[in-house]
Ligand binder design. Structure first.
Ligand code: PLP
Length: 441
């Protein structure tokens, strides 16, 4: 047996015995071991321990925006670690990377979003925001404003609050005793939000929470006018608008933040993922200036909410360098331009292949539906998207599916550094994979 085989076998056995994978099938892992053991990455490509190379069509989990193998980010982490790897920001201690990153986020987020609370990821940003908006209303003299309206098919993470806000039933079914006070509106219906406000009473509602484009729920893109209507409803009813830009932030949709497509400024913006392109964990909650001013005025004593790693200097130093790369290399504009290519390719697949139904995308986030009948949108009894992406992986392309409910969807979210040839290659592999699966069925 070659050394390579020995290594694969050793790692597979250790993985099965000791590693509980996030969001994955424990049974399948025990039966088959890890699907791929990755070793390195450069640009849009990743390579496994056997030397097989793949296009990372999802930028891993929608987050490696500047692509793999960025020595600048490694350098930023190294320099900060050597200087001051970590120091807590509790009790008003501070550090330069956290201060400069907060100021940079104030500069690049839309409108008067300007005050930043740091977390280590998207779920922490969500749970932090739920607590902060309720804290805010309590200080303002409205302790009953506690309910949060989120939406069906929403994904906000896996902390207990974030799971409760999530509108994908399977995630909620995983556990019991979810957090109370979350209500799910229909995905793109402003009327549904109005009805909930009427039923529950605006005096009991703290916030409306939405991803500008739903990611894990299937890349659902709102119609024009929806978020403008939501902003108006929130203003009229004294309800705060929280935008979860964890996936859509930092250029993914062809704007720095997706809210900008509809000229809407949320009261609270949640970010993570692309803030460091995944090179190190970091998230943030960004508040509008007015909220911040009110908090300053009304607060007494200590704000009893903070993570050990809120304002982690090394994570913040990497984020600053990452944002600099996004700006210097015009990656937001590249996402817009390459997004047009991606959309063209999706449309071509739709016109060429009988089982590709609806396609949708904005910038470098997209999806296609697998259907049995394009006219009626009837689905296959057995879901084909997972079989197709398995086939694509054999052929050197990593993608993900959404298969909740009756969805049979393939989603796309490549690194923002992708070029036209790489998009064409990605879609050629996908086309071949769909045809191979169609011929087998
Ligand atoms: N919010 C959105 C919109 C997400 O897509 C995700 C993760 O995919 C989260 C929150 C949770 O982020 P994390 O996995 O970093 O906790």
């Amino acid at each position: 047996m070659s050394n390579q085989h020995l290594l694969t076998n050793e790692l597979t056995e250790l993985d099965k015995k000791h590693f509980i994978h996030p969001t994955s099938s424990i049974k399948e892992q025990q039966e088959n071991g890890p699907a791929v053991i990755l070793k390195e990455g450069h640009g849009v490509y990743v390579t496994d321990i056997n030397g097989k190379t793949y296009i990372e069509g999802m930028a891993s989990l929608w987050n490696v925006n500047v692509g793999y193998g960025r020595k600048e980010l490694a350098q930023a982490a190294k320099e900060q670690m050597e200087q001051l790897a970590f120091s807590s920001c509790f009790a008003t201690f501070s550090n330069e990377p956290a201060i400069r990153l907060a100021a940079k986020l104030a500069e690049i987020t839309p409108g008067d979003l300007s005050a930043v609370f740091f977390t280590s990821g998207g779920s922490e940003s969500n749970d932090t925001a739920y607590k902060l908006v309720r804290h805010y209303w309590k200080l303002k003299g409205y302790p009953n404003k506690t309910k949060i309206i989120s939406r069906k098919k929403a994904y906000h993470g896996v902390a207990i609050g974030a799971t409760s806000a999530t509108g994908i039933q399977d995630f909620q079914n995983m556990t019991t005793a979810l957090a109370p006070e979350f209500i799910h509106a229909d995905t793109f219906s402003a009327d549904s939000v109005r009805e909930i406000i009427e039923r529950e009473g605006a005096e009991n509602i703290a916030a409306f929470l939405a991803e500008p484009i739903q990611g894990a729920g299937g890349v659902n893109i709102p119609p024009d006018g929806y978020f403008q209507a939501i902003r108006k409803i929130c203003d009229e009813n004294n309800i705060l608008f929280i935008a979860d830009e964890v996936i859509t932030g930092f250029g993914r949709t062809g704007k720095m933040f997706a809210c900008e497509h509809w000229n809407v400024v949320p009261d609270v913006m949640l970010i993570a993922k692309g803030i460091t392109s995944g090179y190190i964990p970091l998230g943030a909650v960004v508040l509008r200036e007015k909220l911040h001013r009110d908090l300053i005025q009304l607060s007494e004593g200590t704000l009893l909410h903070g993570f050990t790693y809120s304002g982690h200097p090394t994570a913040c130093a990497v984020a600053l360098r990452n944002i600099q790369i996004i700006e210097e290399e015009n990656l937001v504009e590249n996402a817009r331009l390459m997004g047009e290519e991606l959309h063209k390719q999706l449309k071509m697949l739709q016109s060429e292949l009988p089982i590709v139904g609806e396609v949708r995308s904005l910038g470098l986030i997209g999806a296609l539906e697998i259907v049995k009948n394009k006219q009626t949108n009837e689905r296959f009894e057995k879901k084909l998207a997972p079989i197709i992406i398995h086939e694509a992986r054999q052929r050197g392309l990593i993608l993900r599916t959404v298969t909740f409910g009756d969805a049979d969807t393939i989603v796309f979210s490549p690194p923002l550094v992708i070029n036209k040839q790489e998009i064409e290659k990605m879609f050629q592999i996908l086309r071949d994979s769909i045809i191979a699966v169609m011929n087998d069925e």
